[in-house]
Design a protein around this ligand. Structure first.
Ligand code: SAH
Length: 348
């Protein structure tokens, strides 16, 4: 089938098969990308209108026991200056965020053994007690089902765990042998089964990624039906094995945002910080290509630069929660409107 025909099929809501997705990825042209972006924008307006949801991102620890080859806070990265926030600091971030209008807090961190299942539970309970009108999202990596269950019972609503790649061989080239593809997948299915709104996702342009691995990603997303999909360009991080690799591109990331919006119209799609890092207008362009979520940084200023997943992370202040007015103006200039409700997913 011709690329244009596959694109039309996707636009008409008929989910293409894996072979067709592969063809679409292989033959991506600026014209097809443009067509998909305008269809994705239309589709998002049908489902979510012009509303853009905001999440306050609290990067509460950059200590990590894992050694993902791409990540700037991996265990072996000597230059990473480690920190962890106290429960009191995290709660003040939430209080500040609530005052600014945030109704979702995303607690993201490395897999830090200091934050035991019980500590995380009590943190979630404390946030929910202080802000019962807010959703709490956790993004703290792979854990046993019982631990996820504990956190769900403590009141956590959502969980972000990017699958990183749906191709097992590719997964093994991005992670140390101690990390298993099967376990990552197990986590995602457990989280969904426990009633979390679940986010998966991948970097675009990661080392060893191919059209075939990306077709696997899309087929996985189509079948798994996550509530959210986080996608951003891969950006090399210093002192990691991939420090000298090429970064992913704006065009490719926007293309995948559009395709995922069309595959799953009700999904929540963030225009990520990484997208804003590779292009000053990256997040606005992400919204115009079908994204509908922004995650401004709510972490204390002193630690923002230390949560360096990759080099030159957007960290000028304008992306921060405190500069919501700047963000509102940017979002308005792109044709959208920031809203401050919880912004639950429309995926059932
Ligand atoms: N420890 C948590 C949070 C990880 S950081 C977890 O395992 O889920 C959140 C995301 O940042 C990762 O899932 C990865 O996709 C992304 N990331 C890490 N290093 C990156 C890099 N060098 N460039 C772009 N994105 C990166």
């Amino acid at each position: 089938m011709r690329t244009e025909e596959i694109a039309e099929k996707l636009i008409n809501g008929e989910a293409p098969g894996k072979a067709e997705l592969l063809e679409l990825i292989r033959a991506r042209t600026p014209e097809v990308s443009k067509r998909l972006a305008s269809a994705a924008d239309k589709k998002r307006r049908e489902v979510y209108g012009d509303r853009v949801y905001i999440r306050g991102l609290i990067e509460f620890t950059n200590c990590c026991k894992n050694d993902c080859l791409y990540c700037g806070i991996r265990r072996s990265c000597r230059s990473a200056e480690r920190y962890r926030l106290t429960e009191g600091e995290i709660l003040s971030c939430c209080a500040e965020g609530h005052r600014l209008g945030f109704r979702t807090f995303v607690l993201q961190g490395g897999e830090d053994p200091y934050f035991t299942p019980e500590r995380v539970s009590s943190l979630v309970r404390a946030i929910k007690a202080a802000h019962p009108d807010c959703a709490v999202t956790l993004s703290v990596g792979e854990h046993p089902r019982e631990v996820y269950k504990l956190w769900r019972e403590a009141g956590a609503d959502r969980y972000l765990l990017r699958h990183e790649t749906a191709d097992k061989a590719h997964y093994e080239r991005l992670h140390p042998a101690s990390m298993r593809f099967e376990n990552r997948m197990r986590c995602l299915y457990d989280l969904k089964d426990l009633g979390f709104q679940v986010g998966c996702g991948m970097m675009l342009g990661s080392p060893f990624q191919t059209p075939a691995t990306l077709a696997e990603d899309l087929a996985f997303i189509r079948d798994f039906r996550p509530h959210m999909v986080g996608m951003g360009p891969f950006i090399p991080a210093r002192d990691t094995p991939f420090a000298g690799e090429r970064a992913g591109t704006l065009e490719e990331t926007l293309f995948f945002i559009s395709v995922v919006r069309l595959l799953l119209p009700g999904v929540l799609l963030p225009a990520t910080t990484a997208l804003g890092t590779i292009d000053p207008q990256g997040r606005e362009k992400g919204l115009q290509a079908g994204a509908n979520v922004l995650m401004p940084n709510l972490s204390p200023t002193a630690v923002r630069e230390k949560y360096a997943l990759y080099d030159n992370k957007l960290c000028t202040g304008e992306e921060s929660a405190q500069c919501l007015a700047c963000l509102e103006a940017r979002v308005a200039s792109a044709g959208f409107k920031i809203v401050t409700d919880r912004g639950d997913s429309k995926i059932q």
